[in-house]
Each structure stands twice: as C-alpha cells, then as structure tokens.
Design a protein around this ligand. Structure first.
Ligand SMILES: [Zn+2]
Length: 277
C-alpha cells in the first residue's frame, strides 16, 4: 500500500518551532500541481537552496520528516526559474515508482488543503494563526483551536465461500471493480457503517464482520478502515445507481480488473484472489 515506504521513513511528528534549513524540502502546491525537482530519471522535492529569493520572513509551515529531511509547506510566489524545477499534477503519484515521493506528495496535499481551508475561524470568522507548539491553528479572536481533520471511511470485502462481491463505481478512472466503501456517519460505530453501506449500495445483509487493517488515504483526507464480512449470495443484489453502475459476485481465479495495490482495496482483492483472505 502507498504508505508502506520501507526502507524509506516518514515521520509525521510535529516538531515545535522548527526552523527551515537550506537543505530542507519545500512543498509548493499550486492548484492541483506540486513543484518537483528532476533527479536523474526520477523526481525529488526542491530544497530551500534551489528556490533563490525566498525571503527569511516567508510564511513556512513544518509538515513532516521524510528520510530525516524536514519538509516545509510554502505559500505564495516562489522563484522557479531553475531549469530542473517543474510543476506536475498531484495525480502523478499513481505512476511514480518512487513510493516515498508518491506518499509524501499526497500526505503534504492533505495538510496543504487543511491549512488552506482553515485560514479563518469557523465560529467567529476571524483570521487563524498557526500554533507553534503543535499541528493546529487557533483563532486570533475567540481562541478556538482547530486540529487537522481526517474523515474515517469503511471498505469491506464481502465474501461468500469462493466468491467476492465487487462493484463498479461511475467515478472510477477505468472500468475497475472494487469493494463497497463509504464514509462513517456521526454517532456511528464502524461495524454499523459496514452494515449500512452494504445495505444501501447493494441491498445485502452481512454477518461475521471482522477487522482487516487500515490505510490513510490523504488524497481525500480519509482513513480507510478495512473489514471482511460474509453474505449469502442467494440474496438479491439491489444496486444504488447514483454511484454504482454494476455489482456482482465473482469467483476466485476469475476476477475482473481491479485497482492496483496502492490502496487497501487492491490489496484485499488481490489477497482474496490468492486465497489469503
Ligand atoms: Zn474565532
């Protein structure tokens, strides 16, 4: 899965009052693009020394540490005249074979979006300021503190003996079949979300709900919580047609196209196919 970047390391501990150094990585997002630096056949992130003219008082925000190098978010204009600096679409993460770069791109994107969406207090409308001792912003007027927002979602492999239920979502980039998934509602335990989403999307009742593992998915600000559940394949499938175009039972060894292993869904479907789930 995309966050599993060993032997590289990602440390999201917030370092209080971290000062930016010349060799530290700069994350400069512009709409749905990010500034990269060419590195042989691959990509890396620009360092502060690559971006001449960053004033010392530029608003920089510590993000996280990648392979022991602190990473900082910078907003506003930067000088990108050096020929090896290039903006690329965020979605390039799906095709990068440097998984530590791919992971940092979307982890930084989640934080960049969150900071951009919390420049003003939701209670009183005053400007917020970045706290220096923790990853949070607080209101300059009413002192409310806002922490990064993560939206939990369930994803469930629904199984009946050697069959798995897969569904085709109209938003998928290709004709992929994947697992049933959905956001957790307020006041709802995860197991209830599994039951509700399965009933809503394909009309099935599930039993024996078991936890699999979880995966952060920063692109949508989510934490995907994976489950396995059983269902009786004699129940009628009643499709929720707003999101899904098709859902059906598929037999192990004869599965349709499914998403790659970057995400938890691809890993779970692949494991089912190999008889490991
Ligand atoms: Zn306020």
């Amino acid at each position: 899965m995309i966050h599993e970047i060993f032997p590289h390391s990602f440390n999201n501990s917030y370092v209080a009052n971290q000062k930016i150094g010349e060799d530290d990585f700069i994350f400069h997002y512009n709409q749905n693009t990010l500034l990269f630096k060419a590195n042989g056949d691959g990509l890396t992130f620009p360092q502060k020394k690559d971006l001449s003219g960053i004033p010392d008082d530029t608003n920089v925000t510590f993000l996280f540490t990648l392979d022991n190098t602190p990473c900082f978010l910078i907003n506003g204009e930067v000088n990108t005249e050096k020929s090896d600096l290039i903006y690329k679409e965020i979605k390039i993460f799906r095709n990068l074979n440097q998984q530590e770069i791919a992971w940092a791109v979307i982890a930084g994107y989640h934080l960049a979006n969150w900071y951009a969406q919390n420049r003003f207090c939701g209670k009183c409308g005053s400007a917020t300021i970045h706290k220096t001792d923790e990853r949070a912003v607080n209101c300059s007027s009413c002192d409310t503190i806002f922490y990064p927002k993560i939206s939990p979602a369930i994803i469930v492999a629904i199984i009946c003996n050697d069959k798995i239920l897969l569904a085709c979502n109209s938003n998928f980039p290709a004709r992929w079949y994947s697992l049933i998934a959905g956001y957790v509602d307020i006041g709802e335990p995860l197991e209830e979300t599994v039951r509700r989403e399965t009933k809503e999307e394909v009309g099935l009742d599930v039993r024996n709900i078991r936890y699999y593992k979880s995966q952060p998915w920063p692109l949508t600000g989510s934490l995907m919580v994976g489950f396995i559940a059983e269902a009786d394949d004699t129940q009628p499938i009643i499709l929720e047609t707003k999101e899904l175009t098709e859902a059906a039972w598929f037999t192990r060894g004869n599965l349709p196209n499914y998403p790659p292993g970057l995400g938890i869904s691809g890993e779970m479907i692949s494991k089912f196919d190999k008889g490991e789930l």
